[in-house]
Write a protein that binds this ligand. Structure first.
Ligand code: SAH
Length: 226
């Protein structure tokens, strides 16, 4: 396996945010059924504590969603692992579109696998912080955009992989259009506050093959930019 992590990615972490806490999280993810060694390895290496406020950094390696400000959350590590595992199951895609940059953690995990990431966030303060983290970790290759992710990223499409990390009330037509032939999209679909279903949509010979991967709970996809 070749990871494209730069040494800087591993230079952080002491005490509660250190390697022991990370190793415990990885054991827990394994116990919960995450099997792909590539996913376990990147999640051990990407410093999740740098993607949350310093005040709660000590909780970064618990398997919980955590607040990241502006009413948004960084997804639970198990969900990040599960979605990443599903996305790379057919092979690691060269490029991926992410809707909902949030803290930037999911984008960093994908980038650390060697994927060229295009990520869209509607809330500027979150995007600014995420960009600072990408720079800090040497992940300058992550491309990000302040925009309404419902429109996708037409000029960089088609994408062999699309990951939506907020709950959509529907699968947006733009995402389907921008999914490459043979490509794979993961999207939580359902009403905010309620339980949503994680859908895996593969484009096979022009058709969309839709599989239900189970119940998830994400903050909603909202319209417009702020
Ligand atoms: N992937 C993130 C989790 C993000 S939470 C992480 O790893 O931290 C969902 C994010 O989606 C929030 O930051 C929210 O602002 C963003 N979002 C919601 N609707 C959006 C839209 N229409 N376009 C882009 N981003 C959106």
């Amino acid at each position: 396996m070749s990871l494209t992590l730069r040494p800087r990615l591993d230079d952080h972490g002491l005490g509660l945010t250190g390697q022991r806490a990370r190793d415990r999280l990885i054991q827990r993810l394994q116990a919960e059924g995450i099997r792909d060694p590539r996913v376990l390895e990147v999640m051990r290496m990407v410093p999740r504590h740098l993607f949350v406020d310093e005040a709660i950094a000590g909780r970064a390696y618990e398997d919980n969603a955590l607040p990241i400000g502006s009413g948004q959350t960084i997804s639970q590590p198990y969900i990040v692992a599960k979605m990443t595992e599903s996305l790379i199951e057919p092979g690691i895609p060269a490029r991926a579109l992410e809707i909902g940059t949030g803290s930037g953690y999911q984008a960093a995990v994908l980038a650390a696998l060697g994927i060229e990431v295009f990520t869209i966030e509607r809330m500027e303060p979150l995007l600014r912080q995420a960009r600072r983290r990408f720079r800090q970790l040497g992940l300058e290759g992550v491309r990000s955009r302040h925009d309404d992710g419902r429109l996708g990223w037409p000029d960089a499409s088609p994408f062999p992989a699309i990951m939506v990390t907020a709950a959509a009330s529907r699968v947006e037509p733009a995402w389907l259009e921008q999914l490459a032939e043979g490509g794979l999209m993961l999207a939580p679909v359902g009403e905010a506050g309620g339980v949503q279903r994680l859908r895996r949509i593969q484009r096979v010979q022009g058709e969309f093959v839709d599989t239900d991967l189970g119940a998830v709970s994400f903050v909603p996809v909202l319209p417009g930019i702020v």
